[in-house]
Design a protein around this ligand. Structure first.
Ligand SMILES: [Zn+2]
Length: 450
């Protein structure tokens, strides 16, 4: 029997990161002063340094580096923990003057992820793979390889068919009844357009829930749907918020049907929920009341979180949410914190982890399809590359396809829907990657690095 895997660690971040390392190896590593893995620059040791910068952060390990770490008594080439901290604590992007878009989201092109590495490779996973190879060579171990996993999620942003009059009338009535003339007028304002859309031949279909569930079932998949429960006319709302009310009969019925089919219903947190805990709690309660089941997590509308986002992530825990998928790039695919594993985020402001599971989102539909010149073939090839990189790094990540774009219900999103189905097919046919839902991850993972 081989000796217990113990390591010298330094400080609270390293203690936290050890959970992620252990989770990745599939074997628990413990801290000890007289440890098997010692820290330093000597033979067989793991270096200990103060920290990395954009200039010094180790790149994705090369084949030569793999050769090196396989040699007996080789020193690991960098400080694994300081390198993990650089990405997880967002140290490469902590300059607040960095370029942010109008919704406070970091533009990928200006990120440390793009400057120091391939932002579409989860670099922390690659460090962990190198570390695993090193430990295997130094201590004659063998650890299992991890199967890659894709989590399918759908933001429910504009799900009502443009020609649907029923929901508009219900809203108008409900708003009048609640003494909210602004909401009522808002609905009436759109009514002529809806009627016009109805008399036209082409009826664009955005209400694709059943179709999506059936489509995914054909590929052996289930997904999570994130409904917003603060419409733009509600107290505390923004004009960016959605134009539907989850309390209407149509939504209640649909959410119950989704849950019955094995899909998950989650919360699309409203634009202003990022710094309003009471609003967040209200949203969760309203959605739970309407869908009749427990809401475990979701994603922020517009990925709109505080900058930096640690404080917003802390709010999830206070509101009773158990997972989140809001840490991602908006306009391009990739890994916002350099990792493709379910993990507890590290809050560098409190020097402690946030006890809500973060599932990194690697791709939103629009990140490749807003560009109208991008053909279905090009988009599929981009998605395929991303999936291959996820598989190579043994990662777990979410993708986000909107409800109106996941099924070819209208001409405008036909291209988007074709790409979605191709993604389902590619994953279903590849035995190295499997589908899972946020609920599966919560069920299988203690709240650690999994
Ligand atoms: Zn949204």
């Amino acid at each position: 029997m081989s000796q217990a895997l113990t390591i010298q660690i330094d400080g609270s971040f390293e203690g936290y990161a050890l959970e992620l390392v252990s989770g990745f190896l599939g074997e628990s590593m413990n801290a000890a002063t007289d440890a098997l893995i010692r820290r330093g620059d000597g033979p067989g040791e793991l270096p200990l340094i103060a920290g990395y910068t954009r200039r010094s952060i180790p790149p994705e390990p090369s084949p030569e580096l793999y050769e090196k770490v396989r040699r007996k008594n080789s020193t690991f080439p960098f400080d694994l923990f300081a390198a993990m901290r650089f990405w997880l604590a967002d140290e490469g992007n902590d300059d607040l003057s960095l370029s942010l878009d109008e919704h406070d989201r970091l533009i990928r092109a200006d990120s440390a992820q793009a400057e120091c590495a391939d932002p579409e490779v989860p670099i922390i996973n690659t460090y962990l793979q190198l570390f695993r190879t090193w430990v295997e060579a130094q201590y004659d171990r063998k650890f299992p390889r991890r199967q890659a996993r894709i989590v399918l999620t759908h933001d429910v942003d504009d799900p009502v068919n443009p020609s649907s009059i029923g929901h508009a009338l219900w809203l108008t009535g409900a708003a009048m009844f609640a003494g909210k003339p602004r909401a009522s007028l808002g609905q009436l304002r759109h009514l002529p357009k809806r009627v016009w859309s109805r008399v036209q031949r082409k009826n664009p279909q955005h209400w694709n829930f059943t179709e999506i569930v059936d489509l995914e079932a054909r590929y052996g998949a289930r997904s999570a749907f994130y409904f917003a429960s603060t419409p733009w006319w509600a107290r505390g709302a923004s004009d960016y918020d959605v134009s539907y009310d989850v309390r209407s009969p149509q939504f209640r019925r649909e959410m119950k049907a989704l849950t019955r089919s094995g899909a998950e219903v989650g919360l699309h947190l409203s634009y202003n929920a990022r710094d309003d805990l009471e609003l967040l709690k209200r949203e969760r309660a309203r959605l739970e009341g309407a869908c009749g089941s427990k809401v475990l997590g979701g994603r922020h509308h517009y990925w709109h979180m505080k900058r930096p986002f640690w404080d917003t992530l802390e709010q999830h825990q206070r509101a009773g949410l158990r997972y989140d998928t809001s840490v991602g790039f908006n306009e391009a695919p990739g890994y916002r914190l350099g990792v493709a594993l379910p993990f507890r985020p590290w809050n560098p402001e409190t020097e402690a982890p946030v006890n809500v599971l973060q599932i990194p989102t690697m791709l939103m539909d629009g990140a490749i399809l807003y560009d109208e010149t991008c053909s279905v073939e090009d988009a599929v090839s981009k998605a395929t590359t991303l999936i291959q990189k996820l598989v190579a790094s043994e990662g777990t990540a979410a993708i986000d396809w909107h409800v109106r774009t996941s099924w070819p219900g209208c001409e405008r999103f036909e291209r988007w829907a074709s790409v979605y189905e191709e993604v389902l097919r590619i994953v279903a046919e590849d035995s190295d990657v499997t589908f899972c839902t946020p609920g599966d991850l919560l069920g299988s993972a203690p709240l650690a690095g999994e």
